[in-house]
Design a protein around this ligand. Sequence first.
Ligand code: SAM
Length: 469
Amino acid sequence: MAEKLKMHSPDLVMSNIEKIAELFPNCVTEAAGSDGQLTRKIDFDLLRQELSDELVEGPLERYHLNWPGKREAMLAANAPIAKTLRPCREESVDFDTTKNLFIEGDNLEALKLLQETFLGKVKMIYIDPPYNTGNDFVYQDDFSEHADDYLLRSNQHGINHGRLVANTESNGRFHSDWLSMLRPRLQRARPLLTQDGAIFVSCDEGEHPRLRLLMDEIFGQSNFIADFVWAAGKKNDSRLVSVSHEYIVCYAKSAEHLREKQITWRQRKKGLDEIYSEFKKLSAAHKNNHAAITQALKQWFRQLPDGHPSKANKHYSHVDSRGIYFPDNISWPGGGGPKYEVLHPATKKPVKVPSRGWMTSDPKKLQSWIDDDRVHFGPDETQVPCIKSYLVDRELQTPYSVFYQDGRAASKRLRTLMDGDLFDFPKDELVIQELVEMVTSGDDLIVDFFAGSSTTAHSILLQNAKCEG
Ligand SMILES: C[S@@+](CC[C@H](N)C(=O)[O-])C[C@H]1O[C@@H](n2cnc3c(N)ncnc32)[C@H](O)[C@@H]1O
């Protein structure tokens, strides 16, 4: 799908000058450009004076990430382009009404063209850039040189009209080329994010150390949120250690903003649908006999194999007229809470009081919970009662940074869907869907600029379907 868009990328150098001018108007001057015309320029000597003691210059050692080609990569990010997005009506679906946009082309150019329209509008970016395994291809961004000349000069093989070159390990610029490829793209991607937005970048152990440093540089160390570790199953292809995980590195646009606004990320617990479906079956089989349903549900949890996603919720095995619940602690957090008499509903004798005291200092409040059938009592007064914690109210959890998802399952599904192996190493749409669910809602915009087989689009489709029905 494509949108009717006709635009040229903004001149980022000029916009940087505007920003400096806002802070230090006295540092803006006029000088002749290469064409002899007078233009606005920054008086660097004055700016240096303004910043005086805080400048690091010359040979002074400093902590930073550097590589041959970094300067060019920064220039590539800022260089304006005079290109246009052309709509493809004939290839599109619901062209006039769609809210989706699929752009074919070099992603740096596309990011430049999206800069103004989508500035500060994207809630989530997920990317899966080439892992730099030596076999992937890295775009050659030296547009001043014709690609064929470049390939001839660098003695590398080109594919796809000479726009991609193999980044083999024998190439002395192995890591540098990868960093030079990714840096301008990340630099152009960051301004697209909303203040409460976040970016997720897949990588393996090969480039993980450099990716983290690069992300620190572009997004700021203080905006690092987490390295998700995706355990993808045994490989058994190594003599020493079988590395069976990869990473999804996550940075916020502004961690401070997330903190200030008390924004929380949540995920639906796994295996809930199976529990609800079993509960439905058991309810039908045992009519409204809650004790019998509870017994059967406990038995069902017991026979589940270890590692089954529902098993992590096995404590939710009690049932009443409201549904499935877990008898939770009813005592005062930390201890020292109030102690007063509460009668057992069947024996009418005072029940054992929790050693830390009741969770509410108001006996009337506790009695109202009892009257509302929200307190779980033991068979007699000798057991401390519990508060009922219902599964429907506890479906969400804070996402864990370590998770398991079979690394081959997505390839199998895509093979079936496309009737063949058309894409190498597609990501798992269910994993990306969980990230989408965690960070976005409603009409939020999501961008993937290393689309491959369009796994991210697939995951959004699944999430939209889930929300609708
Ligand atoms: C590792 S794959 C992404 C796979 C994808 N996540 C999936 O699940 O299928 C990286 C993709 O980015 C594309 N790519 C690499 N450099 C690019 C560039 N400069 N512009 C646009 N796409 C690029 C590659 O062709 C490849 O499809």
